[in-house]
Design a protein around this ligand. Structure first.
Ligand code: FMN
Length: 184
């Protein structure tokens, strides 16, 4: 399949079949797509925590509720597995530190790229995904042993879709997001 076809057909899934488990084999293929992702100075500033046991999933479902009961994933209890993307201190070249005074300048972009590569690998395996942006960092540290100072940036839900909802790509028009040679 052409890559643009994959891009057009992948969609965020918010209804999963709770009776169908994603295999460890498939989960490791998805992680491999993340591991192969390019990163600034090849620093690979990430740890991918795969969450697939019932006990760990229960904790994860609690950790993605923030403040007074707000969650981006009210459907979270149906999900077969999650991956937590933890940002680690990036070992970048001295020239980057001298210029930006920030070792983490590229890290969030790197993690976003890894996450999307994983989404597309999951899609190619017939699986569905949804990125979950918000989480409770203190609970992430408590439940998963994440050392303080390592931010849980994203969570990816992975499973089999409960229903085949048609793709609706809502995107800004090309002319609005793209210009040639100067800002327009
Ligand atoms: C950083 C990030 C955080 C997101 N957080 C959530 C979320 O908490 N809950 C949710 O249902 N979707 C979430 N999404 C999914 C977006 O809403 C979705 O990607 C966007 O609407 C485009 O739709 P599509 O993925 O189907 O093309 C998130 C996506 C990204 C990239």
């Amino acid at each position: 399949m052409d890559f643009l076809d994959i891009m057009n057909q992948r969609k965020s899934c918010r209804a999963y079949d709770p009776g169908k488990q994603v295999s460890r084999e498939d989960l490791l293929k998805i992680v491999e797509a993340g591991r192969l992702t390019p990163s600034g100075c090849n620093s690979q500033p990430w740890k991918f925590i795969v969450v697939d046991s019932p006990e760990a999933k229960e904790k994860l479902c609690d950790a993605i509720v923030v403040g007074n009961g707000v969650t981006g994933a009210p459907w979270r209890h149906q999900v077969s597995a999650f991956i937590i993307f933890v940002e680690q201190k990036a070992d970048v070249k001295q020239v980057v530190i001298d210029h930006y005074h920030d070792t983490q300048r590229f890290a969030q972009g790197d993690i976003g790229a890894a996450c999307m590569n994983m989404c597309h690998e999951a899609f190619s395996l017939g699986l569905s995904t949804c990125v979950i942006g918000m989480n409770d960092q203190a609970k992430m540290e408590q439940y998963f042993g994440i050392p303080h100072g390592n931010e849980a940036r994203l969570v990816l839900a992975i499973g089999y879709a409960a229903e085949d909802i048609p793709v609706r790509k809502i995107r800004k028009p090309l002319e609005e997001v793209c210009c040639f040679n100067e800002w327009k």
